[in-house]
Design a protein around this ligand. Structure first.
Ligand code: C2E
Ligand code: CA
Ligand code: CA
Ligand code: CA
Length: 278
């Protein structure tokens, strides 16, 4: 309709301004959150699908700002990556999760998975040293730490990254490829970079009971992972039928709201005690 053009333009323009303003605000408030230590780590159980037992946890960052309210990690992590804040956020996640997991070892020998941004690998040597120091400081056994990275890390990176990941593996640290299937999943990478685990993205699990193509895909991914000696985790299991299908095709591990959402350290510990006493 004629005449609407101008209005639409200013509508989009102000929307764009809102988006820029929000990014700026998040950046400013995030600096403050790091100083005031208002970031938190939550933990989502990793389940052995056959025994239904908790065998690990994924550490996930949570931030509720006094002005902005709850900000989803997807949103603030992307902003932190562009504003030189990701190293600090990453350190916080690693230190907090490792310390927590070291304490939990006396209840159950579980593995803690920590998410790493590709940006944190720009200085591989520094990151490797930091991981070594955190393990030393917390006393967490290296094989109880699982470093989760996404496929985007593997693009355009060769020598230094390869050596760094190899060093992690030689230390005993486990290496997971996260969100598998959503990026550039070149199969050759999986073997070359000595990953130990593959996490199938929730997008493939979501319609698993209805969508035949997803069923074929997930079945094939699991067969391939087994052939490459990789453990497989299905992400985002919400329904019992999905779980059952995954058990039937020999998927060993799972995560999802069906078992538990990410919870505070305190709640996670209660889940561990509950399991130990049952
Ligand atoms: P991710 O690593 O793929 O984490 C899984 C996400 O799926 C989490 O979202 C989790 O809460 C959610 N989830 C788990 N089970 C279910 C389910 O059954 N249904 C649905 N709908 N969702 C489920 P969250 O916590 O919002 O995190 C989003 C992303 O933010 C993460 O995706 C990760 O890429 C990033 N992230 C979170 N914490 C950190 C961190 O400490 N460091 C880095 N670098 N990234 C992080
Ligand atoms: Ca993850
Ligand atoms: Ca994931
Ligand atoms: Ca993700």
């Amino acid at each position: 309709v004629k005449g609407n053009g101008r209005n639409n333009f200013s509508f989009y323009e102000s929307k764009m301004n809102d988006e820029v303003n929000r990014k700026v605000a998040i950046n400013i408030r995030l600096h403050r959150a790091l100083k005031e230590k208002t970031l938190e780590m939550y933990y989502q159980p990793l389940i052995d699908l056959n025994t239904q037992k908790i065998i690990g946890a994924e550490a996930l960052m949570r931030w509720t700002d006094s002005e902005l309210g709850f900000v989803p990690p997807d949103e603030f992590i992307a902003i932190a990556e562009k504003n030189n804040l990701i190293e600090q956020l990453g350190s916080f996640a690693l230190n907090t999760a490792a310390e927590q997991a070291a304490q939990w070892q006396v209840i159950t020998p579980l593995q803690i998975a920590v998410n790493f941004s590709s940006v944190q690998f720009r200085d591989c040597e520094k990151l490797l040293t930091e991981i070594q120091q955190v393990l030393l400081k917390t006393g967490l056994p290296a094989n109880k730490l699982d470093v989760e990275v996404t496929e985007s890390l593997l693009i355009n990176q060769e020598g230094e990254l390869f050596d760094m990941l190899k060093s992690l593996r030689n230390m005993g640290v486990e290496l997971s490829i996260d969100d598998f299937g959503t990026g550039y999943s070149a199969l050759s990478y999986l073997q070359k970079f000595s990953f130990t685990k593959l996490k199938i993205d929730r997008a493939f699990i979501m319609n698993l009971t209805k969508n035949k193509a997803d069923q074929s895909l997930v079945t094939a991914i699991i067969a391939m992972a087994k052939a490459l000696n990789l453990k497989v985790v299905a992400e985002g299991i919400e329904e019992d039928e999905q779980k059952q299908f995954l058990i039937d095709i020999d998927c060993e591990y799972g995560q999802g709201y069906l078992f538990s959402p990410p919870v505070t350290a305190k709640k996670f510990e209660a889940l561990l005690h509950q399991q130990a006493n049952s």
